[in-house]
Design a protein. Structure first.
Length: 61
C-alpha cells in the first residue's frame, strides 16, 4: 500500500495508473493539504476519471 499523503513522487510514479503523475499529486497535496479520500485524486490535474479501482486498491490515505 502506498499512502498518497506521505509518498514522494517516485513512489507515486511506481504505481500502475499513476505513472507520470507523481509530481502533480505531490504539488496538489502541497497546495491543498492532505487527501482525506482517494476520490480526491480526480481533482489532481490530468487524473480526472483516469484512476481505476485496481489502482485505488494499491493506495491509502
Amino acid at each position: 500500500m502506498i499512502d498518497i499523503n506521505t509518498a514522494d513522487q517516485d513512489a507515486l510514479d511506481s504505481v500502475e495508473g499513476l505513472r507520470g503523475h507523481g509530481p502533480e499529486i505531490v504539488r496538489y497535496r502541497g497546495e491543498r493539504g492532505r487527501f482525506t479520500d482517494l476520490r480526491q485524486l480526480d481533482e489532481v490535474p490530468g487524473l480526472s476519471g483516469k484512476v481505476s479501482d485496481e489502482t485505488r486498491a494499491r493506495l491509502t490515505v
